[in-house]
Design a protein around this ligand. Structure first.
Ligand code: HEC
Length: 156
């Protein structure tokens, strides 16, 4: 009996670690997807210390459909392309890539994070950056529960 409890516990712990930060693929081809919006976050913004930069949000077909209907089916993928910028001669241009963040919808696979898998990939590489998915991503998206954990909306 004791043994069974222990095994249950160990696999439980491993299960949550597994759900934490593996198995979210790089959003291949995202630059060809539908562009949802762009935002420039200045250093003085409340999130400026972490998100100072310019970002573009893209949705694959399923996610685009989700933005329109409010229902994101499994296979919906959203990519956030996050770049530095240069403010020169009264114009702002994007420069080097900071990371590409992604959210992937799969109710079953990402059950512990409300049906969305989260990951961020460093610069122009596919090196994963998320070490604690709850603290680094989920916590801040949670208040958007009524909006499928998504902040952005399609521009009018
Ligand atoms: C401090 C809060 C915060 C944290 C932490 C955070 N996000 Fe977001 N995220 C936002 C906000 C706000 C937006 C909307 C930006 C916009 O409207 O342009 C957003 C947008 C997104 C989008 C586009 C879909 C949407 O919700 O609009 C993706 C994809 C995304 N974040 C992934 C991530 C990933 C992956 C992580 C963890 C590495 C993460 N986010 C951490 C606040 C956060």
């Amino acid at each position: 009996m004791k043994k069974i409890v222990l095994i249950g516990l160990v696999s439980g712990v491993m299960g949550s670690a597994f759900a934490d930060n593996v198995n979210v693929d790089f959003p291949q081809g995202y630059k060809d997807w539908k562009h949802i919006k762009t935002m420039l976050i200045k250093p003085e913004h409340p999130m400026g210390d972490v998100f100072h930069g310019i970002h573009h949000i893209y949705a694959n077909e399923k996610a685009y459909n989700g933005y329109k209907t409010g229902k994101f089916e499994d296979g919906s993928v959203i990519a956030l392309d996050f770049l530095n910028y240069a403010d020169i001669n009264a114009s702002i241009s994007e420069t080097s890539r900071i990371y590409v963040a992604t959210m992937v919808k799969n109710e079953k696979k990402y059950k512990t994070t409300h049906g969305w898998g989260y990951e961020a990939f460093k610069g122009n590489s596919e090196e994963k950056l998320v070490t604690n998915v709850y603290n680094m991503c989920v916590k801040c998206h949670e208040p958007q529960e009524k909006n499928n954990y998504i902040f952005s909306t399609i521009r009018k």
